[in-house]
Design a protein around this ligand. Structure first.
Ligand SMILES: [Fe+2]
Ligand SMILES: [Fe+2]
Length: 337
């Protein structure tokens, strides 16, 4: 176990609660074991699906690359009055941004959290099955990065967007800012974990926005649907790992975790106006700044687009919402009334 957790976890949990907690952890490990056994059958990386990803037949240049209703400025007059070709180019940029946010989630949020489990830096998951399932999840995420990188390359090539460069996304930037506010390594690790849990719970919804949409580019829809099949399992894996970890935190660590768990929801739901501003300036959209200022005034964070009931259910199962601190913490983020 990592030195930051040594002597701070099991020993601080009173006997009676610990007994119940041990049974729950054993149940969670059985769930993880079952999920790990099915990995070879369910993982998309194992399905030999490369032949389905030939863009020659799946890429239809006449179809839009992205959904119009996912643009934060979809109702703004300046966008609606722009030439159709520019609107289509903006949709292609939206697809690239959607994918690059996915890469950020996989490489900067989920993979480091998996590594904390593999390196036994977190309590309650320092056992073989947790290491195995974290390693399998890392393989899945590496495959998703490959899928998404390929998809971006194809779009950039077909749409002449090879030089488009995007800044860092809100989710990752806010996670790093939050980590910088705290000095203890265990605090930084728990912020990483909270961001990973929220991302893994929400990414299925995020992918669901395109996974079944037959009106967009068929190749893009296929890529997202393939990714989503893995993420349905990841959500359960991360929720189960969280139960093992949370029950082994010290009271101080639990209080800290209760405080940080709801924060990544608004980071995830942010409509990424900074990224959009960079995109629109690069493709020469007129009046970018005034349109972004109008959007910033109305909808920087769109919680309506996200179903956070699963996160509330997880917090309930952990007992977080039985405490006033939990209710206040989730209430401050607009998630619990
Ligand atoms: Fe993924
Ligand atoms: Fe995932």
């Amino acid at each position: 176990m990592n030195k930051y957790y040594q002597n701070q976890t099991q020993a601080t949990i009173p006997g009676k609660v610990r007994h119940r907690s041990d049974k729950e952890i054993s149940h969670s490990r059985t769930v993880l074991q079952k999920m790990s056994r099915s990995w070879h059958k369910r993982a998309q990386v194992k399905q030999n699906i490369e032949e389905n990803f030939q863009p020659e037949w799946a890429f239809d240049p006449t179809k839009d690359d992205f959904r119009l209703d996912l643009l934060p400025f979809k109702e703004h007059d300046d966008f609606l009055n722009a030439p159709v070709e520019m609107q289509k180019q903006i949709l292609s940029c939206g697809w690239i941004a959607y994918n690059e946010k996915t890469i950020d989630i996989e490489s900067k949020v989920i993979s480091p959290a998996c590594n904390h489990i593999i390196y036994r830096s977190l309590p309650g998951v320092d056992d073989g099955i947790s290491q195995q399932i974290a390693s399998e999840t890392l393989v899945d995420e590496a495959y998703h990065i490959l899928l998404v990188i390929n998809a971006c390359c194809i779009t950039r090539e077909h749409r002449g967007l090879q030089s488009l460069k995007l800044p860092e996304f809100n989710l990752v930037r806010n996670m790093y800012y939050e980590q910088a506010n705290f000095s203890e390594p265990w605090q930084k690790i728990l912020i990483q974990l909270a961001t990973a849990i929220v991302s893994e719970v929400f990414i299925s919804d995020y992918l669901n926005l395109l996974a079944h949409d037959t009106t967009i580019q068929p190749f893009n829809q296929m890529v997202v649907a393939t990714h989503q099949r893995d993420e349905l399992a990841h959500s359960s894996i991360f929720k189960t790992l969280t139960k093992c970890i949370y029950r082994n935190l010290s009271p101080e660590q639990k209080e800290f975790f209760i405080e940080v768990l709801p924060k990544p929801v608004s980071w995830f739901a942010n409509v990424e106006l900074t990224v959009w501003e960079a995109i629109l300036k690069q493709i020469g959209f007129p009046k970018t700044e005034s349109m972004m200022a109008d959007c910033a005034a109305s909808n920087q964070v769109n919680l309506l687009r996200i179903d956070y009931s699963e996160l509330i259910a997880l917090a309930g199962e952990l007992g977080i919402l039985d405490s006033q601190h939990g209710v206040d913490s989730f209430g401050r983020e607009g998630l619990f009334h």
